[in-house]
Design a protein around this ligand. Structure first.
Ligand SMILES: O=C(CO)[C@H](O)[C@H](O)COP(=O)(O)O
Length: 212
């Protein structure tokens, strides 16, 4: 299982400080939607230039203008860009076509999805990477639970990432579901001892993988 570190609602300086402390422990770097909205797509390039060997996910959360926004993300240095699952099929197809041209990837964000028929549709469109997402606002009313994995149970060919307030307490129940990548944001970026927390999270994941 990989760790994707989500950088969101932070100053540029703080992003580099956190990366400097923890980059060797993580696999993918996410430039969060909030960062892109605040600083523009230039922030994707700024981070990719410093960490050219890391897979960089631009959390564009595209829901329309799929071709334009996907090109924007890839031209800025992203390896993966996100598109919302509720977008029209045309938006998703256009984004996937651009990703193929650039030899890069699209991650479909399943935020708000609870109908697995859409997953079937996404699969037919050629989607291969999805993100189970318990949103920021949902986190104010509850915590991420493993039952959200029901959505992807019938689609073992999907590469699965999972996000939404995952912390040291909820990580064990997420790890048990064996997603391909675990997205962690504020549990790491919101603390002063971010290396220590990342080490503990990585240890938990490694320990589960050794034993199962
Ligand atoms: O996409 C996001 C918000 O829309 C975040 O990147 C994702 O939720 C991970 O951050 P956190 O662990 O703080 O929830």
């Amino acid at each position: 299982m990989k760790i994707q570190l989500a950088l969101d609602r932070l100053s540029i300086g703080r992003c580099f400080q956190i990366l400097n402390e923890s980059v060797d422990l993580i696999d993918w770097i996410e430039v969060g939607t909030g960062l892109i909205k605040q600083y523009g797509v230039g922030i994707i390039r700024e981070i990719k230039d410093v960490y050219p060997d890391k897979i960089l996910v631009a959390d564009m959360k595209t829901c329309d203008a799929g071709k334009y926004e996907t090109i924007q993300a890839f031209e800025a240095g992203a390896d993966i860009t996100t598109v919302m699952a509720f977008s029209t099929n045309k938006t998703i197809l256009d984004s996937i076509k651009i990703a193929k041209d650039y030899k890069k990837r699209v991650m479909i964000d399943l935020l708000g999805m609870n109908d697995s028929r859409r997953l079937k549709g996404l699969s037919a469109l050629g989607v291969d990477l999805v993100s189970l997402h318990f949103g920021k606002d949902m986190q104010q009313e509850g915590e991420i639970q493993k039952d959200m994995f029901f959505l992807i149970k019938a689609f073992p060919h999907f590469e699965v990432t999972v996000a939404g307030g995952i912390n040291l307490e909820s990580l064990p129940r997420i790890v048990e579901q064996k997603p391909d990548t675990i997205i962690i944001g504020s549990a790491i970026t919101g603390v002063n001892n971010c290396r220590e927390v990342t080490v503990r999270m990585k240890e938990m994941i490694d320990c589960y993988e050794k034993c199962h």
